[in-house]
Design a protein around this ligand. Structure first.
Ligand code: AMP
Ligand code: MG
Length: 347
């Protein structure tokens, strides 16, 4: 089975060819430079840029894999959640190819693609405990199987990637903030600034990051953070995020144990690229009897290989879509999940 995957849900235009034996080609065109002047992703610019680059990227992905459309068994494209303009571009392209070449279409949930990514490179069986940490999401899920997810907790305000990006901006580091903060933090002292750990010790597995972000902005507002202090502030912030994630992990793992016994913790999403967070999560997981798996760094941030792979997993189970599949800006993995505590609930 060999599929073309297309990813256009945010600011990465991506195309990949993946078979059941692994990744044949995996191309990403990042729009970073186009959005950098604005300090974040501008939806209209993103959609236009996807239109500009997607067809040539698909052609290159096929060339690199030394294949053409007639060799494919299906087309998978991200249909949500994400920025609607970009989703329309990618899904419409996938539908056109599916129609012309008479191939099955798989409309992929971007979060499911992240959730299944570790299975591309490792033998990880269902069920497993998943921590999805990215620019727009933060949730613990039990992955029972393809299409079967139970959300244990989510963020009541910001996602951690968002917090990394905003804090980076506050201290004058480049967008995207995650890698910039991680680099700066490697030179800093994590115990220099006292920052809050919202919801620490509270029951359940929900998260909160906005108070942490505000605490950083208060320290900066006092005017005492000079350039030489930035590494310490970044390290202190990163440490607080690690503490929050590991505290919540203990609760989520307990819920998993009650259902299935000890298992595997999988982390995925862009923030899972952070080395310190990976280390801390792995240490806590091991301490409570869980093994740990994380995708290789190149598969943590948005890419099309994970979309093609989700397509393979679905196609194997005959879970295909037709040409009426609609792009969805919001598309929770677990539609039955109870709302998070607090007011600002995110799907
Ligand atoms: P995604 O939403 O999955 O595309 O991931 C993008 C988010 O991951 C952005 O908010 C980045 O700042 C964040 N990110 C990427 N690399 C790192 C890192 N090394 N540490 C923390 N956050 C990161
Ligand atoms: Mg993502």
């Amino acid at each position: 089975m060999i599929l073309l995957g297309i990813e256009t849900s945010c600011d990465e235009t991506a195309a990949a060819i993946v078979s059941e034996h692994g990744i044949q080609s995996n191309l990403v065109h990042s729009q970073l430079e186009e959005h950098r002047p604005f300090g974040g992703v501008v939806p209209e610019i993103a959609a236009r840029s996807h239109i500009e680059y997607l067809d040539s990227l698909i052609k290159r992905a096929l060339n690199e894999a030394e294949l053409n459309f007639s060799n494919l068994d299906g087309i998978a494209a991200t249909a949500g959640p994400g920025l609607i303009g970009g989703l329309i571009v990618g899904l419409t392209m996938a539908k056109s190819i599916a129609l012309v070449h008479d191939l099955p279409l798989i409309a992929v949930n971007h979060l499911e693609a992240h959730a299944l990514t570790p299975r591309i490179t490792s033998q990880i069986d269902f069920p497993y405990l998943l921590l999805l940490i990215s620019g727009g999401h933060c949730q613990f899920l039990i992955v029972d199987g393809v299409g079967h997810y139970r959300r244990l907790g989510t963020t009541i305000d910001d996602a951690p990637g968002e917090a990394f990006d905003k804090v980076a901006r506050m201290v004058g580091l480049d967008y995207p903030g995650g890698p910039a903060i991680e680099r700066a933090a490697s030179q800093g002292r994590a115990n220099r600034y006292a920052l809050p750990r919202p919801l620490q010790g509270r029951a359940g597995c929900d998260f909160s990051f906005s108070g942490l972000k505000t605490a950083v902005s208060r320290i900066i507002a006092k005017g005492k953070v000079l350039e030489k202090d930035v590494p310490d502030l970044c390290a202190s912030f990163q440490e607080a995020v690690a503490d929050i994630l590991t505290d919540r992990l203990r609760h989520a793992a307990q819920a998993f144990v009650e259902a299935y016994g000890k298992g595997v913790l999988v982390v995925a999403g862009g923030v899972a690229a952070n080395g310190i967070l990976r280390e801390r999560l792995k240490a806590t997981a091991n301490e409570i009897g869980f093994s740990f798996a994380a995708p290789p760094l190149s598969l943590c941030t948005d890419n099309a290989a994970m979309v093609a792979w989700a397509g393979i997993e679905r196609l194997r189970l005959n879970m295909v879509d037709d040409l009426t599949a609609a792009p969805r800006a919001r598309w929770p993995l677990d539609p039955n999940a109870a709302p998070a505590i607090g007011a600002g609930v995110k799907a």
